[in-house]
Design a protein around this ligand. Structure first.
Ligand code: SAH
Length: 346
């Protein structure tokens, strides 16, 4: 399908430039922005106070990449909702809304599929289809707010996709979501997770945003990491660590390391000790995630005891560590699983 650029990805100053180009008054830019980002309309015709001539001008150059809700699964116990959305070109993506005591948190996708190929992850099984636009990342948040009539205050970019393989759109998304004309969400309430694209970690650090950086580590050395994360062939742990130090230096923000525990693969006492050695003295936090079994793979999550032992060994070395609280257990499908089962017609 031929599509024009996404109108919802334009910044307010880019919209202003379009008012100039078309001979329209500058204040129309703010009106259009409000329709797109506050009212999150799904068709240009809904902009009732914007002259038809300007709407037509915009429609000639842009499309509105809206998300159509295909499915919503709700865990009645903890309020977690998983959404499946259809994109303008009929791709399917998933997003999650989680309810915490301090408010609502959204987990959004950054790409359709993923090319990183981590062996325990369902998102990478079909490869990458395409990048999501900044507007499509925003749309996931807008549509979930609308569907549940809530205000989202926290965002984690931990859904399908590698955000640093779509870096420019991620940056645009970040600028727009933290903007006073948008949802005005504080950078402190945003976390971006990467498998460790070193040059982009450094580029992000230079921007000095107040966001949280999470690194999917999952192994304490390169040899083991290469067996579960193909990206480890390109990016060494030592280089990732140096980039994280640089991020901390530039932003003063503590980095989070994610470590999914897979039974018999990376959950031994030796692994815990090696991990402790690796991060010792760093101002960081480790998040242990008992791996979610993926139907297409035969990985098993580490048991409760093994997980607790692993945590204890880290704590003994005075490392900040938590075990990720399982959300949405009753509707659970590991990362990317819901999308996969939908596409398989289940
Ligand atoms: N591509 C980014 C963000 C998406 S994945 C990244 O790699 O960080 C979000 C997190 O979930 C990552 O830490 C990823 O490794 C982890 N993950 C993926 N599949 C998982 C599974 N089946 N069980 C537990 N964690 C998983």
């Amino acid at each position: 399908m031929e599509t024009k650029p996404d109108l919802r990805s334009l910044s307010i100053s880019e919209l202003k430039a379009e008012t100039e180009n078309s001979g329209e008054k500058a204040f129309r830019a703010a009106q259009v922005y409000d329709w797109l980002h506050k009212k999150s309309i799904s068709a240009l015709s809904e902009m009732s106070n914007v002259p038809l001539s300007f709407r037509n001008y915009l429609a000639g150059k842009y499309d509105l990449y809206s998300m159509e809700k295909l499915k919503k699964l709700k865990d009645e116990e903890d309020g977690t909702c998983k959404f499946l959305f259809k994109t303008i070109d009929d791709n399917v993506i998933e997003s999650v809304l989680m309810r915490y005591e301090h408010g609502y948190s959204a987990c959004i996708s950054s790409q359709v599929g993923c090319k990183m190929g981590c062996v325990f992850c369902a998102s990478g099984i079909g490869g990458k289809v395409r990048d999501l636009t900044a507007g499509e990342m925003l749309e996931q948040i807008y549509e979930m707010q609308k569907a549940e009539n809530v205000r989202i205050s926290n965002i984690v970019v931990m859904g399908t996709g590698e955000p640093f393989d779509n870096f420019d759109n991620f940056i645009r998304f970040y600028e727009m979501i933290t903007d006073k004309d948008g949802l005005n969400i504080s950078g402190r309430n945003i976390t971006v997770s990467t498998c460790g694209i070193v040059d982009k970690i450094r580029e992000l650090a230079d921007k000095k945003y107040a966001l949280t950086l999470a690194i999917s580590l999952h192994a304490p050395n390169d040899t083991l990491r290469k067996t579960i994360m193909p990206s480890a062939n390109k990016y060494r742990i030592s280089d990732i660590m140096a980039a994280c130090d640089y991020f901390f230096e530039k932003t003063g923000r503590r980095v989070t390391f994610e470590y999914s525990l897979i039974s018999g693969i990376n959950d031994s006492a030796e692994c815990a000790k090696e991990l402790a050695e690796l991060v010792k003295g760093k101002n960081c936090h480790i998040n242990l995630i008992p791996v979610n079994p993926v139907k297409e793979r035969d990985f098993v999550r580490s048991g409760t005891e093994k997980t607790a032992d692993f945590k204890k060994l880290l704590e003994k070395n005075r490392i900040n560590v938590t075990i990720r609280r399982g959300m949405g257990k009753n509707i659970d499908a590991a990362c990317g699983q819901l999308r996969r089962s939908y596409m398989n017609g289940e």
